[in-house]
Design a protein around this ligand. Structure first.
Ligand code: FNR
Length: 361
């Protein structure tokens, strides 16, 4: 049997990925009223033509209040379906699998686009909106406190994820990822630093896991048996007394029980003060640990830029998929470059292939 490497297909449920290279979800902050437009089609479509196996639409807000910025992608209404379906169709036409990440920003909502400074938009007059969280603790000390969700608000949040899942399926996405990382709403419930509730959604680890598990369970029941569900987590807050890899292993095991197929293992972003040892593949050991200790498929992400290194992550058994973020912004054809560097002929788009193939002279 040939060894599994970066270019080996992977079948998850009924979905076959042509290789292990995934375009990581990346907010463009370029939507009007949450709608996908030509920018998103070209942005995502070019990576599909560029050989990636799984193309993720950015964090897509399940409610209008769940947006980080006024420019975030959304899926809170039926009007969002068709522009997303256009993207899903094009991605699939290029041999890639269309995927979408569903998100709620929690206490990190209602902020400016990062290139405008990213500061909280504090009032409705300035275009802001009410911000919700597990507890009334702001992300930055001194910022306005978010509203602590009541039980009704929690139930409505679960329903919003359910309705968004249904719309994502209608739009034609074949992989759905639940965003439970980076200090957004679900991560805020997981971490004791942001969750100081005294009801059944706070306190013990079991209670802090509850909302993420309930949302994932609800989504899994809506998603057809043949289609995968991924969950992105922050494996650690990088803060003593915060969320950590041991708790992430427990969460991953329970998500696996519910029928989640893959944990996409990121880290951090719950608090602005964390000291993070950023470097090549710095989150890969977490993907490896979760894979080894729970047996679930994992995705590795973060500072993976070289094809040879990405290949080693797969051949060494640290993860099953490699998510590429910024390097795919720098080079939409990174996957074709990886295919070339690993010794094969790139899977060129048909209109390019016959013309650019390197022929034996
Ligand atoms: C991101 N990231 C991100 N993560 C996520 O889960 N959902 C998202 O919508 C976004 N948005 C986003 C926008 C931009 C512009 C960047 C650069 C990053 C994080 C991203 O998916 C990835 O995890 C990190 O960028 C680390 O991987 P790289 O960039 O080092 O390959």
């Amino acid at each position: 049997i040939p060894a599994t490497d970066l270019l080996t297909p992977l079948k998850i449920r009924d979905v076959t990925l042509r290789n292990r290279i995934v375009m990581s979800p990346m907010c463009q902050y370029s939507s009007q009223d949450g709608l996908a437009d030509d920018w998103h089609l070209v942005h995502l479509g070019s990576r599909a033509a560029g050989g990636v196996s799984l193309v993720f639409v950015e964090a897509t807000a399940v409610t209008a209040e769940g947006r980080i910025s006024p420019g975030d992608m959304g899926i809170w209404g039926d009007q969002h379906i068709e522009p997303l379906a256009r993207i899903a169709r094009f991605v699939a036409s290029q041999g890639a699998v269309p995927a979408i990440q569903l998100a709620h920003a929690g206490r990190k909502a209602s902020c400016q686009q990062p290139w405008l400074g990213g500061a909280p938009i504090k009032t409705a007059a300035e275009g802001g909106w009410p911000v919700i969280a597990p507890s009334a603790i702001p992300f930055h000390e001194g910022d306005p406190a978010p509203l602590a969700l009541d039980r009704q608000g929690i139930d409505a949040t679960i329903e919003a994820f359910a309705a968004a899942t249904q719309r994502a399926l209608t739009a034609g996405f074949q992989v759905i990822e639940l965003h439970a990382a980076h200090g957004y709403l679900l991560h805020e419930f997981l971490s004791p630093l942001s969750n100081q509730r005294t009801d059944e959604y706070g306190g013990s680890l079991e209670n802090r896991l509850r909302l993420t598990l309930q949302v994932a369970e609800r989504m899994r029941k809506i998603i057809p048996q043949g289609l995968p569900l991924f969950v992105r987590i922050s494996a650690t807050d990088w803060v003593d007394g915060g969320w950590d890899i041991e708790q992430s292993v427990v969460l991953s095991r329970e998500l696996k029980e519910l029928g989640v197929d893959l944990i996409d293992v990121s880290s951090g972003a719950l608090v602005p003060t964390a000291k993070i040892p950023v470097g090549r593949g710095y989150q890969v050991p977490f993907a490896r640990q979760i894979k080894e200790q729970t047996g679930i498929l994992t995705g590795a992400v973060g500072m993976i830029t070289e094809p040879q290194y990405a290949n080693e992550i797969i051949t060494g058994g640290s993860a099953d998929l490699v998510f590429i973020g910024r390097e795919l912004l720098r080079d939409p054809y990174w996957a074709l470059k990886a295919q070339h560097e690993l010794g094969g002929e790139p899977a060129w788009p048909i209109p390019y292939g016959y013309a650019v193939k390197r022929r034996a002279k």
